[in-house]
Ligand binder design. Sequence first.
Ligand SMILES: Cc1cc2nc3c(=O)[nH]c(=O)nc-3n(C[C@H](O)[C@H](O)[C@H](O)COP(=O)(O)OP(=O)(O)OC[C@H]3O[C@@H](n4cnc5c(N)ncnc54)[C@H](O)[C@@H]3O)c2cc1C
Ligand SMILES: NC(=O)c1ccc[n+]([C@@H]2O[C@H](COP(=O)([O-])OP(=O)(O)OC[C@H]3O[C@@H](n4cnc5c(N)ncnc54)[C@H](O)[C@@H]3O)[C@@H](O)[C@H]2O)c1
Length: 461
Amino acid sequence: MKTYDAIVIGSGQAGTPLAKRLAMAGKKTAIFEKGLVGGTCINNGCTPTKAMIASAKLAYNAAKCDDMGIHIKGFTVDLPLIKKRKDGIVKTFHNGAQKGLEGTKGLDLIFGEAVFTGAKTISVKLTDGGTEEYTADLIFINTGAKTIIPNILGLNNIDYLTSTSILELETVPQHLLIIGASYIGMEFGQMFRRFGSEVTMLEASPRALPKEDEDVSEEIVNILQGEGITFYADAKASLLGKKTNGEIEAELLIAGKKKHITCSHILIATGRKPQTEALQLQKAGVTLDEKGYVKVNQKLETNIKGIYALGDVKPGPAFTHVAYNDYTIVHRNIVAGANLSIKDRLIPYCMFTDPPLGRVGITEAEAQKLNINYKVAKLPMEHVARAIEVGETRGFMKAIVNADTKKILGVAILGQEGGEIMSVMQMAMMGGITYDEIRFMMFAHPIYSESLNNLFMKLES
Ligand SMILES: Cc1cc2nc3c(=O)[nH]c(=O)nc-3n(C[C@H](O)[C@H](O)[C@H](O)COP(=O)(O)OP(=O)(O)OC[C@H]3O[C@@H](n4cnc5c(N)ncnc54)[C@H](O)[C@@H]3O)c2cc1C
Ligand SMILES: NC(=O)c1ccc[n+]([C@@H]2O[C@H](COP(=O)([O-])OP(=O)(O)OC[C@H]3O[C@@H](n4cnc5c(N)ncnc54)[C@H](O)[C@@H]3O)[C@@H](O)[C@H]2O)c1
């Protein structure tokens, strides 16, 4: 049995920096990784998708640049080259993360799958062969999440794609059927449509992105449909089968009615579930919730003292910046004796469709439920000078404000640079800057944020 001061399971967006900082603080630390250092974000999540989305944006611009007075005589999409560029970026990020761990004094990077054998004991099936037993007083679980595979008749008889395997395609699918229309479905749907695929999207809920306001989900669907994507809400695949010519036949249930389509590829984008099964946390006495997430308190400690869970493996929004923020909280509490918690932290996010959706705070629907005196400001991107100048006027800016205190409660910016404009508003929310101050604040002309003046002017009428 090898003894450490601290053990980190999983080298994701929380585990990697945490392991380094613990070792740098003098704690003898081991980090276990069953796959690739850097976890989902770097290897098969944010980094590769955003790299490929950048290529898709160029294809879109090339296709429509005639309107802007630039004529390109035809263009082709070179998916192997797009993949190669993406692979190069991923490799750089991955190698940097691995080198960072390997170069930290007092930190052992051990490749293998960790399984709990007791309260503070872990057995690791080493990637190079054999098993080794480990123990530490402090254990941090950062094992992330993986794709949920829905129970659809015939699915196991076809070679379906997940958000990981679709990144390896070298040929553009002729017709991509996407099951699930949330972040993953939307980002890949638009990307492959722009690469030239016919794209059909199915969403089981009555509308896409059911957690967003209705006007937001409606506008995003309009944008995707405007680019030629076929979208069905209240829709599921009920039966899938392979035809003799290799095509996939799909029986769909749309609002209870059957419809048959033929496609070449299927992407499963029906959500993700925590990677806790293999950990055998019951042996450590750690409590999971009904969906398999590790239950934690506001300091991210589980019911077992000294065992913590960070990132996607615990309940709550699953984003890279949340996992990273989890690390900063746990690290400062343990190493610097701080008393920080995740309570009331403002969680922004950005869906990287084009235009993107930047979101922070409450939605209009949530404001209604809270029974507060609120007002809604909304400005179409068609009225944003910068958007008109650059030729991308799809979407709108929307803010929910408290009518009494004038504080900003929530923002949805569906438009060019939506994530960046949202971050300006996030800073305002954190700093207590009120909407009437932003109404008259001087912004540089003509940036997108300048139109926040006009957004809040809408509240004067
Ligand atoms: C396609 C896609 C696109 C995304 N895009 C964005 C985006 O644009 N912005 C954003 O904020 N978020 C995005 N996300 C979500 C983001 O990737 C995750 O929220 C983030 O990676 C979670 O980090 P984590 O540290 O919790 O876990 P992960 O990064 O998943 O890391 C967990 C690590 O633990 C390892 N592991 C698991 N079990 C064991 C075990 N038993 N023993 C040893 N090692 C183990 C895994 O191999 C993995 O390396 C995206 C996700 C996907 C799938
Ligand atoms: N830009 C970003 O920040 C970004 C990008 C991609 C992924 N992510 C993260 O990855 C996580 C997973 O994303 P996701 O989009 O897979 O999951 P999700 O949980 O957000 O959405 C899954 C969708 O699939 C639908 N669905 C479920 N079963 C279905 C079925 N049988 N048929 C049709 N529809 C079905 C659900 O109603 C839901 O809308 C998200 O929680 C997000 O945090 C973030």
